[in-house]
Ligand binder design. Structure first.
Ligand SMILES: O=C(O)C(=O)C[C@]1(C(=O)O)C=C[C@@H](O)C=C1
Length: 189
């Protein structure tokens, strides 16, 4: 590092967006676990095609995309907390995890997200062939990934983990002195 010249460009000012404690909020271990244990068995078939390098590269892209999407929950939490601190603060103070989760949940939005990702998988994930439709098809064609599984991915893993990040994020907004790595239900709110 000592060999590097100083940069000629002025350092840009990075606004501190998050409360410092939110740097410790991470659900990457949970993402890793559901990706390999639950999701992959639903979208792959057993066997060995020898494409290890391409597979690792694809896994990395997917894991990073999932992690980015889920940890955007920190931004969402920040907005929600700033819009209604009077609603969030008392729940955080008394560690009412259930009510906090309810406040962070918008069921109608979740329904829309599930329908939207399913439709996107249908539209953008079609296999294009010149052959007649096979057994893995509906009236529109066949898909690289079953659109119902994509909807399930969001319903069972992506949105619940986003909310977990949001819950931890709102706690950071309230109080920067705690341990925010303790995200799960068996821990205090
Ligand atoms: O849109 C929101 O308010 C979010 O918090 C995001 C999100 C999601 O992960 O898509 C999570 C929780 C809500 O219940 C709805 C949607």
């Amino acid at each position: 590092m000592t060999y590097l010249r100083h940069c000629y460009l002025p350092t840009t000012f990075q606004r501190q967006v998050f409360y410092p404690a939110s740097a410790y909020v991470s659900v990457n271990k949970d993402i890793w676990d559901f990706y390999f244990n639950d999701l992959l068995p639903l979208i792959t078939s057993k066997g060995d095609d020898g494409n290890y390098a391409a597979t690792v590269a694809a896994d990395l892209v997917c894991l990073q995309a999932l992690s980015r999407r889920i940890h955007y929950g920190k931004h969402v939490a920040e907005v929600k907390f700033r819009e209604a601190p009077q609603e969030y603060s008392p729940l955080i103070r008394v560690k009412d995890r259930g009510s906090l989760m309810k406040l962070l949940t918008f069921e109608k939005v979740e329904e829309m997200v599930k329908r939207r990702v399913e439709k996107k998988a249908r539209v953008f994930g079609q296999n294009v062939t010149l052959e007649e439709k096979g057994s893995n098809c509906d009236e529109h064609g066949s898909y690289k990934v079953d659109p119902a599984v994509v909807s399930r991915l969001y319903a069972e893993w992506v949105m619940p983990l986003t909310k977990l990040v949001e819950a931890a994020g709102t706690r950071c907004s309230q109080d920067t002195g705690g341990n925010y790595n303790t995200l799960h239900d068996n821990t205090s709110a």
